[in-house]
Design a protein around this ligand. Sequence first.
Ligand SMILES: Cc1ncc(C[n+]2csc(CCOP(=O)(O)OP(=O)(O)O)c2C)c(N)n1
Ligand SMILES: [Mg+2]
Length: 143
Amino acid sequence: MAIKPEDVLRAIAGARGNAICVPTMTTSPAWRTIAPDDLSIGCVGFMGGASSLGLGLALALPKRRVVVFDGDGSLLMQLGSLATIAGAAPRNLTHLIFKNGVYHTSGAQEIPGGLTVDFVQMAKGADGQGRRLPEGVRRRRFR
Ligand SMILES: Cc1ncc(C[n+]2csc(CCOP(=O)(O)OP(=O)(O)O)c2C)c(N)n1
Ligand SMILES: [Mg+2]
């Protein structure tokens, strides 16, 4: 079932507490409207950089939860960040992928593999120690 990114963002806004959020691409303008506070660091222009930006914040502020709202095309562009994150294993970082199968922001061109890319498997593969992903990890499609 496809759900709207705004619906997910509203749910996050209600539950984030004082977590620092790092939106990018589709979620950037939507998040500015939904959560117009100073606890967010938008990753605009720096395509693929949100996960690394979030990792840096999480490592620098270990007592603070950091939530990255990544694009699927953006993550594909910097896929190595999954291995970097797995290696650092920060417990306070949550990496969400807004999977819509396209580069929506630049005109909705299909990303390589479209909706078939399995980011959960990729994240598991990046963790050579085979740690289990949190129970809450779900595959949901966005439109
Ligand atoms: C290095 C680089 N290449 C291309 C672009 C142009 N560009 C801007 S947004 C975007 C699409 C982003 O797609 P995705 O990460 O899937 O996010 P969505 O828009 O689908 O939410 C592209 C290709 C860019 N900003 N940087
Ligand atoms: Mg996309």
